[in-house]
Design a protein around this ligand. Structure first.
Ligand SMILES: Nc1ncnc2c1ncn2[C@@H]1O[C@H](COP(=O)(O)OP(=O)(O)OP(=O)(O)O)[C@@H](O)[C@H]1O
Length: 307
């Protein structure tokens, strides 16, 4: 499924607080999109909005699904959503958000989800166990703080599998690597890449990815403070984009960290922008300048698509 969105805005119904102020981008079919941005920029809100789950907010903006104007809520039932789990081995929030059953085995969790959600169909749990690298622990209890079970990364895999048994067209994940070590994080993101290649449109909020993990994503939607798009495009084009605005990525730095510093206004330009207009420089914060520059580009692409 291909979702294009332009100027998405969200205002909370209860308080009138505006949490997204103009987010433009796409989720491309069979691609893995990273959603990044500073804390409070609206990443989780955007994920919920794209998943059609923003019932507590008024959502406005243009949305096209598979090329036609549409509403995101209509696709809620064919979306999988893996919520952010608190630190997986932190007793205080064990099971707070994740959706696994501690007293079932890995395989039983997938079969239970399949039977519960797809009573009349046969599941492809066997295939999923293999995609999720869980075949070796299929008969192990998932466990909890009382009963030691599988690892945090494997537990995240079970959470993902529980959503995948219904064959969703879209899969949304909120910080799937949080609380995991770097090897487990890599395995989780590699799994998501494989899931996307099976034809699923996958979007995940990611926090401080290593460059290796960042490079596993196809596209990046970078938000800046205030809930606006700072950059949307392929992960291979983001460095060139910021270099064109006069920023450089030091040789030994993690580019993903530098992009975050830029949108947070913490990075200084090392040279004059070659693609920005002169009036932008010095009159706006870096994040505003980037937004202004990029919004114009995204909008012209979007207008061309709509024409
Ligand atoms: N239901 C809600 N009620 C009140 N405020 C909310 C609600 N949902 C979101 N917000 C506010 O909207 C802003 C964006 O929140 P959101 O959780 O989407 O940001 P985020 O980028 O995911 O943050 P983090 O990286 O810290 O998780 C924050 O200021 C948050 O307090």
């Amino acid at each position: 499924m291909h979702i294009e969105f332009d100027s998405l805005r969200v205002v909370l119904r209860a308080t009138g607080k505006r949490v997204l102020a103009g987010v433009t981008g796409q989720l491309r079919p069979a691609k893995l999109t990273a959603i990044m941005g500073p804390s409070g920029a609206g990443k989780t809100t955007l994920l919920n909005t794209l998943a059609g789950k923003m019932g507590n907010g008024k959502v406005t903006g243009r949305v096209r699904i598979n090329g036609r104007p549409d509403r995101l809520e209509r696709y809620r039932n064919i979306s999988g959503f893996v919520p952010q789990a608190c630190h997986l081995h932190n007793a205080a929030c064990y099971n707070a958000d994740d959706i696994v059953h501690a007293s079932l085995t890995v395989e039983e969790n997938l079969l239970f989800s399949a039977r519960y959600r797809l009573p009349a169909t046969t599941s492809h749990a066997e295939h999923l166990l293999s995609v999720l690298l869980l075949s070796g622990v299929r008969h192990e209890l998932v466990g909890d703080t009382e009963v030691r079970g599988i690892s945090g990364g494997q537990r995240k895999g079970v959470n993902i599998g529980i959503e995948l048994v219904t064959d969703p067209a879209l899969l949304f994940l909120d910080e799937p690597t949080s609380g995991l070590d770097s090897t487990s994080s890599k395995l989780v993101v590699a799994t998501l890449q494989q899931v996307s290649r099976m034809g699923v449109t996958v979007a995940a909020v990611v926090h401080q990815p290593s460059y290796e993990i960042f490079a596993m994503f196809d596209d990046l939607l970078l938000l800046c403070e205030g809930g606006r798009t700072a950059f949307y495009g392929g992960v291979t084009s983001v460095q060139g984009y910021f270099e064109g605005l006069g920023y450089s990525v030091p040789v030994h730095a993690n580019p993903a960290d530098i992009f975050m510093d830029i949108v947070a206004g913490l990075a200084a330009r090392s040279k004059q922008p070659s693609m920005g207009s002169a009036h932008v420089q010095g009159t706006m914060s870096p994040s505003r300048a980037i937004f202004a520059q990029h919004a114009a580009e995204v909008w012209s692409t979007f207008s061309a698509l709509l024409a």
